[in-house]
Write a protein that binds this ligand. Structure first.
Ligand code: EPZ
Length: 442
């Protein structure tokens, strides 16, 4: 296992390229199942989760090749199952339900189970697919779905679930008749999936709104040109928080500011200066960080995936910030680790209060989930002294070449075996001006 060692106190200065969005890549890679043939996808990030998705597609009978562009051949589906050992590592595997049922009439998927941030049920996925004529049985921790006559239906979601909307859309595009989904998720990654499906010949109206109208078609075929997925608004927001916390001057490139209005508004509220062009965002800070009030909401509200990173930023302001996490029931795991660095955070249920009391002091901290891990890296970059972030396999799921991107803007950060304890060796790793991409990320 490996850990990150970070020496804080250096403002980040320079430019960071933003990768393709993890949460667009996963559904779009899986959506290739609804259109037999060879697909080509661009801007797919090199992440543990995208590799897991490609290996899952391989086990289903769809080989892929990655060399800049990702090529997937979904001509044959040999095996309609997402096994437990894959799903437990990546809950998004449950997204194969809709496309496999639409393509083969059958799907067997391990129930994803809960994760650090919540129980993560999939009742809305199943409710929507059942409305389309699918039937499900649960046995041995697996959901076994079958459908003989996939037909359009009116579906109202109890909440705007992102992957729930995606699962239903990926089945409805091949259903007989019209499907109308109300209270659908409006996240940019859902829109990107719909836009991709349209390039395959799907008929979808209302993309980007909470009402999607899908006219089913008898078949879909791979697009003639490679499809380029949207930039990752959460990766982008994470690096902006690192720039803000360290008092740096960072420009993000290959980003879409229109997808990040809630996050950018919150950073301005925190006292940052934000300047944007069509595909860049520059953040600087010429004043003390200000306390903020954050309430997470479905898009276009403030994204839950940015809550942990903003909580870290709040620790470096002077004043009291408040947080309300309305999406997940247990998404303050990072708070206990920030307390180890001297933060003053209290939380009960979905509400948290942060009394900013900079500086934080470096410490050994434990990552618990993807975005909490990112929050701890930001804390280490802005704290005094050395911070070690353990269990960084969480980070590898969603941040492409994180160490390389941060080193390129002056961060003192390195990836080492978690057995390295000797301070001299840790310092040597930080001083090592070798390749900015650590071996594990090469
Ligand atoms: C997606 O998860 C993202 N993952 C999450 O990003 C993100 O935090 C979340 O949407 C919210 O934006 C991917 O896109 C792969 P939901 P998802 O279904 O679809 C409840 C990250 O860090 N719910 O929108 O699983 C659920 O419990 C990850 O990149 C039901 O009750 O989230 C939650 O409280 C973390 N029944 C709320 O809805 C259902 O059938 C929103 O969940 C489905 C969801």
């Amino acid at each position: 296992m490996e850990k990150l060692v970070v020496e804080g106190g250096r403002p980040l200065i320079g430019s960071i390229p933003v990768s393709g969005a993890k949460n667009a890549a996963l559904p779009i890679l899986i959506a290739t199942l609804v259109a037999p043939g060879e697909h080509r996808l661009g801007n797919i990030p090199d992440l543990a989760d995208t590799s897991s998705t490609l290996s899952l597609l391989g086990r289903i009978g769809c080989p892929s090749l990655v060399n800049g562009v990702v090529r997937i051949d979904t001509s044959r589906v040999a095996f309609s199952e997402a096994p437990y050992d894959v799903v437990r590592k990546m809950r998004a595997s449950v997204l194969v339900l809709g496309p496999l049922l639409a393509r083969t009439g059958e799907a067997k998927v391990s129930l994803p189970g809960g994760c650090a941030i919540g129980t993560r049920p999939i009742d809305q996925h199943l409710k929507g697919l059942e409305a389309l004529g699918c039937r499900f049985e649960l046995s041995g921790g697996y959901i076994h779905g079958t459908v003989h006559d996939l037909r359009g239906a009116d579906i109202h979601l109890d909440m705007p679930t992102v992957t729930g909307t995606e699962n239903i859309v990926m089945a409805a595009v091949l259903a007989r008749g019209t499907t109308r989904i109300t209270n659908a998720a409006r996240e940019p990654e859902v829109s990107d999936l719909c836009d991709f499906l349209v390039t395959l010949g799907a008929k979808i109206e209302g993309i980007g709104t909470s009402t999607l109208i899908i006219e089913g078609v008898p078949r879909l075929t791979p697009a003639s040109r490679p499809y380029r997925i949207v930039p990752d608004r959460i990766e982008a927001g994470t690096y902006l928080c690192a720039a803000a916390a360290t008092g740096g001057d960072v420009t993000l490139t290959g980003v879409d500011p229109k997808l990040m209005e809630a996050t950018l508004a919150k950073l301005v509220e925190a006292g940052c200066d934000v300047r944007t062009t069509e595909d860049t965002i520059r953040l600087t800070r010429s004043r003390q960080l200000l306390p903020i009030k954050v309430r997470t909401e479905p898009f276009p509200g403030f994204p839950t995936d940015m809550q942990a990173q903003l909580m870290t930023l709040a620790c470096f302001s002077k004043g009291t910030s408040t947080f309300e996490e309305t999406i997940f029931e247990n998404r303050y795991m990072h708070a206990a680790e920030l307390l180890r660095m001297g933060a003053d955070i209290q939380h009960a249920g979905r509400v948290a209060t942060v009394r900013g009391n900079p500086p934080l002091k470096g410490a050994a901290v434990m990552a618990s989930d993807l975005r909490a891990s990112a929050a701890l890296v930001i804390a280490g970059l802005a704290a005094e002294g050395i911070t070690e972030v353990l269990r960084i396999y969480h980070l590898d799921r969603g941040y492409e070449n994180l160490v390389g991107k941060l080193r390129a803007v002056g961060a003192r950060i390195a990836r080492v075996s978690d057995t390295v304890q000797d301070p001299a060796k840790l310092k040597a790793a930080l001083d090592d001006l070798g390749p900015s991409v650590a071996p594990a990320e090469a």
